[in-house]
Design a protein around this ligand. Structure first.
Ligand code: ATP
Length: 270
């Protein structure tokens, strides 16, 4: 049934402690957390909280993680939808799905709706207008805009959306009352990479020779998702080698494997 599709995730216990290296971004969303915890306090003061926050940044930088952490910190239900799944839908279904989603979120408010890959439905109109599927996309987009315009501010629902390509979004999405708050999630710097490695090695027994700051300095360009993968590859190597702990050589070999794999991938696609 449709209702089943949007079971909110209330078991999410992701918190800001799980998000590393993007502290400024965390600060930008603390007001949202505060509002979701005590919407009544804001309401009494007549304070307007943003209805929509757009998280933009490259893949794997932690946008989804951050949205979950906002829900976890505020301890509110987290409804998530991937915009691309709406594109595959039977004509006419997308808009009603959006309506259902917002209805459910309002029922259990305060709550968060997270829309991943917003650009899949939110890209600017024009171009291949006559192609099939475009109408569906536009109807879905229009329904999202209608729902957000209908917010009076007392619903206690905040919509967070993520995109890798903010520049292609329909300007209508960015108008006041819609996604009028923009947050940029950038790839981590050296210090950020070290902090992310710390988060992902929390449950990992490390050998005495492992220096996370040194590993961070050998991984320029890597984002959170890459670093998480690196830690896991190193742990797998350690297991295969029957090590008691994950040692420096496991990390350097894992890194080499990942980097070579990437180079090979690039060569193969040329
Ligand atoms: P995409 O645009 O591809 O959806 P995203 O920005 O939403 O990517 P996530 O899905 O949140 O990225 O990141 C994938 C995983 O990588 C996370 O679940 C987390 O384990 C890890 N990760 C990413 N960024 C961070 C970070 N800043 N701190 C800690 N872990 C991170």
């Amino acid at each position: 049934s449709r209702a089943k599709l949007y079971q909110p995730d209330t078991t999410t216990r992701t918190t800001f402690a799980d998000v590393a290296g993007i502290e400024e971004v965390e600060q930008e969303v603390t007001e949202i957390v505060d509002f979701l915890r005590e919407p009544e306090r804001y309401r009494k003061l007549g304070a307007q909280i943003p209805h929509g926050v757009l998280l933009s940044g490259p893949p794997g930088t932690g946008k989804t993680l951050l949205a979950r952490a906002v829900a976890g910190e505020a301890q509110v239900p987290f409804f998530s939808m991937s915009a691309s799944e709406f594109i595959e839908m039977i004509v006419g279904v997308g808009a009603s799905r959006v309506r259902d989603l917002f209805d459910q979120a309002k029922k259990v408010a305060p709550s968060i709706i997270f829309i991943d890959e917003l650009d899949a439905i939110g890209r600017a109109r024009g171009g291949a207008q006559s192609l099939g599927g475009n109408d569906e996309r536009e109807q879905t987009l229009n329904q999202i805009l209608t729902e957000m315009d209908g917010f009076t501010g007392s619903e206690g629902v905040v919509v967070l959306a993520a995109t890798n390509r903010p520049e292609i979004l329909d300007k209508a999405l960015l108008r006041p009352g819609r996604f009028d708050r923009r947050v940029t999630v950038s790839p981590p710097d050296l210090d950020g990479r070290r902090k992310i490695l710390e988060v992902h090695t929390r449950g990992v027994p490390l050998g005495p020779d492992v220096d996370l700051a040194a590993i961070a300095s050998t991984t320029p360009g890597m984002v959170g998702a890459d670093l998480k993968n690196l830690v896991n590859e190193a742990a797998l190597l350690a297991a295969r080698r029957k090590h008691e702990t994950v040692i420096g050589a496991d990390f350097s070999d894992a890194l080499e494997k990942i980097v070579l794999g990437t180079v090979r991938g690039i060569l193969l696609t040329q």
